[in-house]
Design a protein. Structure first.
Length: 538
């Protein structure tokens, strides 16, 4: 093998240059630049071969970005390019157009005649191929060009492997750091949204995606997904977009429990997925969150981007597992908070029952004993009034205890609880209280049962004390997409504005209804009595 002295020097310099570069993209670009310079080729490219035996990355030299855009998608390895993939050895061809193995060029491709190609091998494995065309100053490439390219390809193989080892080491380090960062955020009790944002950010960065998003099944509608976090290209347009599970990739992934890898998301027919409907993305990966959480983590690259590798999918599954842990941690914390509130309410209710009510009973009994021995009718009458007031306070305290203890409602459906309240009102006030409760509407309001019970108790208490009524009705029905709760009586009526100024009962009821997202309305007149209406969202 004879190589001119100046070319030898160039090859030696090329070997030194390649060995000093550790960035794989930079190494690949340096290889094609050096190959073109050493062989005096007008055009050069390096095709990186993927696991499927096709070109997964194409690094060109001599073609402008405008020309590349006009040519269209990069080649995948057909014709002469595929020849080197199937038969990994050097090839020299004087005229591409006359070779029967050529499949021609796409529109807008520059003309090319002479061809020289050689494989780039790293530790016995073919990494890719160097393709040279259009020898400057000659009709075709010669043996010396082939010899020089073989030497350069050998050097390139070593440089590629070094860069890959460095990139893999660096990538592993970054992955471990990202996993540690997310784990620390979860264990420190960080807000779930911040953890999810961190997960999606790191997943996109480490698999070198252009867009990433996390979608979970909606709590209100199990047939709908909501993208809780979206980052990267076009994220603003795709964030917080609800989409149906049916006809979407996320729905298929959650149902099967298996990840999905796409070569071109824009060509997929599951257009319910915003990622697909946008038509802006090519390679994509979607993986299930698992751990009992229905959702997906996805990463995508823009159209004509390189496909994802197997280790990219494995990494995405790791981040998906962390996202599931963060969401499950959020749910557990929510449940613990609810339990703490329930326990606190139970404690307060027990203290009121065992402390305040028993003390009031004792005071009432003491007053009754005092009245008995006083012998003064006026004193007995005033003591009796005080005892009645103590009884009223005890009833109110029992009402509060009933509202504080959700366990009472857990043992009794809301419609049954409302009927029981009506019976209690009849016994304590002498009113005739009718009930008209729709059980289905009551079941839909079960999450706010304690508030509904308090509204009815307060309203009936007001009727018993102030309305001078003989009958009252409690009704619960559906109307215009809302639950309609009404308490009406045949009493003497009142001025709502004046009554609101005197006490806090009406104010409290209005505030409670508004806290549920509803509203309260009052209609009252001496002829028709009073009707209090609560419109509550279902």
């Amino acid at each position: 093998m004879t190589v001119p002295v100046d070319r030898n020097a160039a090859l030696l310099e090329a070997g030194l240059a390649l060995s000093s570069e550790l960035s794989l993209p930079a190494v690949l670009q340096r290889i094609v630049d050096l190959a073109a310079g050493i062989t005096r080729a007008r055009y050069c490219a390096l095709g990186v071969i993927g696991p499927d035996g096709l070109i997964q990355e194409f690094v060109p030299h001599g073609v402008t970005s405008e020309q590349r855009h006009a040519i269209g998608p990069p080649p995948v390895g057909k014709g002469l390019l595929g020849l080197l993939i199937s038969d990994a050895r050097p090839y020299r061809i004087p005229d591409i157009s006359k070779d029967p193995r050529s499949v021609g060029f796409p529109p807008n491709h520059p003309p090319m005649r002479s061809f020289l190609g050689a494989p780039v091998k790293a530790y016995g494995r073919v990494f890719g191929n160097i393709y040279l065309t259009e020898k400057r100053g000659a009709e075709e490439f010669g043996q010396e060009d082939e010899d020089a390219l073989v030497i350069l390809a050998t050097q390139a193989g070593v440089a590629v492997e070094n860069a890959r080892l460095y990139a893999e080491s660096r990538r592993r380090e970054l992955r471990l750091e990202a996993v540690r960062e997310v784990s620390t955020a979860i264990l420190s009790g960080a807000d779930a949204e911040r953890v999810l944002q961190l997960v999606v950010d790191r997943a996109r960065e480490l698999v070198e995606g252009d867009f990433a998003a996390l979608a979970t099944v909606s709590e209100e509608d199990p047939g709908t997904f909501v993208q809780r976090v979206a980052v990267g290209a076009h994220a603003r347009a795709l964030s917080a977009v609800p989409f149906p599970a049916e006809g979407s990739i996320s729905g298929a992934v959650v149902e099967s429990g298996q990840p999905v890898t796409l070569i071109d998301a824009s060509a997929d027919d599951r257009t319910a997925q915003p990622l697909v409907a946008a038509g802006l993305f090519g390679p994509a990966m979607l993986v299930p969150l698992r751990a009992g959480v229905d959702g997906t983590l996805m990463v995508a690259r823009e159209l004509r981007g390189r496909t994802f590798a197997e280790d990219d999918l494995a990494l995405l599954e790791t981040f998906a597992a962390q996202a599931a842990v963060a969401l499950e941690h959020e749910r557990v914390q929510r449940d613990l908070h609810r339990l703490a509130i329930v326990a606190d309410r139970e404690r307060i209710a027990k203290d009121l029952h065992d402390g305040a009510i028993q003390a009031l009973f004792a005071v009432g009994m003491g007053l009754q004993a005092t009245a008995t021995v006083s012998g003064d009718p006026q004193v007995e009458r005033r003591v009796a009034q005080s005892v009645e007031e103590i009884d009223r306070v005890i009833r109110d305290l029992r009402n509060y205890i009933f509202g504080l203890r959700p366990g009472v409602l857990a043992d009794r459906q809301l419609d049954q609880a409302l009927r029981r309240i009506a019976e209690d009102a009849e016994e304590s006030t002498g009113l005739v209280v009718a009930t008209d409760i729709d059980p289905q509407v009551a079941s839909l309001l079960s999450a706010h049962a304690a508030d509904v019970v308090q509204l009815v108790r307060e309203a009936l208490s007001n009727v018993g004390r102030h309305a001078n009524a003989s009958t009252c009705r409690v009704s619960l029905r559906r109307g215009d997409g809302m639950a309609v709760l009404e308490i009406d009586d045949d009493g003497g009526g009142f001025d709502p504005d004046e009554a609101a100024g005197r006490g806090s009962g009406l104010v409290n009821m209005r505030a409670r209804a508004e806290s549920l997202g509803g509203r309260m309305a009052i209609a009252s007149s001496p002829e028709d009595g009073t009707r209090i209406t609560f419109d509550l969202p279902l």
